[in-house]
Write a protein that binds this ligand. Structure first.
Ligand code: HEM
Length: 274
């Protein structure tokens, strides 16, 4: 391949890596906010959120864009690394590398590969269960304003005494949610209990601990990957104005450390505190 064509295509690859990488950063913020409900929300809130995320058509499209972005970003990254290695076979990158670049920038491919292993494991842990496995539905026992126990037994599917609905002690809304009139207590039929699956997964004394450590270590890897990736994406897209570089660096580093740290707190909290 002619040198200019090589350069062109490697610039093209960098451009797409930057675009997909920044899209994945937006995904991370959304995913983090949703997952923080595991700490700050109720089981119903989290399950409603998971239900919305797996059934809303617009979100489904976004999910497919996310999957494609992950694959594209990974494949492009591997090709770019191979291309770079071929372009400088003398190993000049090693010369004085520590002085000219950060450790993360020199190890983006390794960090990215570790993240790919994390994402694949993570999808098996939760996503595959949510989409393809039989899952328990959420159960709840509440006391209605008349002091009666309203047992919602989702395991058998017979969740509410029909008489309670007929007598107006319960109101059905949206075909899925029951409200106790005069109160703001609501509960739901048919939400998959992803909350329980996730909490039980990390709470388990043995494999829960192993996965908690794996998730925390993976978030360290994510932090390193983002510490170079975020800033580098702006450069690849041509945003290299000395006026704004400082600001991009600060936002990039903040993003790179705060987002993975908040992600890491979730399994730690579920395993050690909940
Ligand atoms: C450490 C805390 C995290 C927890 C507790 C968590 C939890 C979950 C759960 C429960 C799902 C299944 C949701 C569903 O399919 O509806 C999911 C999906 C997913 N997670 Fe995570 N996650 C965490 C971190 C991450 C990180 C750091 C990444 C990326 C680097 C990530 C990438 C994904 C992807 C790509 C999906 C599939 C999303 C989709 O189908 O649209 N997760 N996560």
């Amino acid at each position: 391949m002619a040198k200019s064509a090589l350069l062109k295509s490697s610039i093209g690859k960098k451009y797409w890596m930057a675009l997909t990488g920044l899209f994945l950063c937006v995904f991370l913020i959304g995913h983090l906010v949703g997952n923080l409900q595991l700490i700050f929300g109720t089981d119903l809130q989290f399950n409603q959120y998971a239900y919305f995320m797996t059934t809303n058509p617009a979100i489904k499209v976004l999910s497919y864009v996310t999957y494609i972005s992950i694959l594209f970003h990974a494949i492009d990254g591997i090709l770019l690394t191979i291309q770079n290695k071929k372009a400088r076979p003398v190993g000049y990158a090693k010369n004085n590398a520590a002085a000219n670049s950060t450790w993360a920038s020199r190890n983006m491919a390794v960090l990215g590969t570790l993240l790919l292993v994390f994402i694949a494991t993570h999808m098996v842990n939760f996503w595959a269960k949510m989409h393809f496995a039989e899952m328990p539905l959420q159960t709840q026992t509440l006391t209605n304003p008349m002091g009666q126990s309203v047992v919602y037994n989702t395991t058998t599917g017979s969740f509410v005494d029909a008489a309670q609905v007929q007598m107006g002690q319960l109101e059905l809304k949206n075909g899925k949610e029951f409200y106790i009139p005069g109160s703001d207590i609501k509960f739901a039929e048919g939400y998959k209990d992803l909350y329980k699956i996730t909490v039980d997964f990390f709470k388990d004394p043995t494999y829960g601990l192993v996965f908690t450590l794996f998730y925390v270590l993976s978030m360290v890897v994510l932090a390193f990957h983002l510490s170079h990736g975020f800033r580098s994406a702006f450069q690849s897209l041509g945003a290299n104005n000395p006026k704004y570089n400082g600001l991009i660096n600060v936002i990039g580093l903040g993003f790179a450390y705060i987002v993975p740290a908040l992600f890491a707190i979730i399994p730690l909290y579920l395993h050690f505190v909940k």
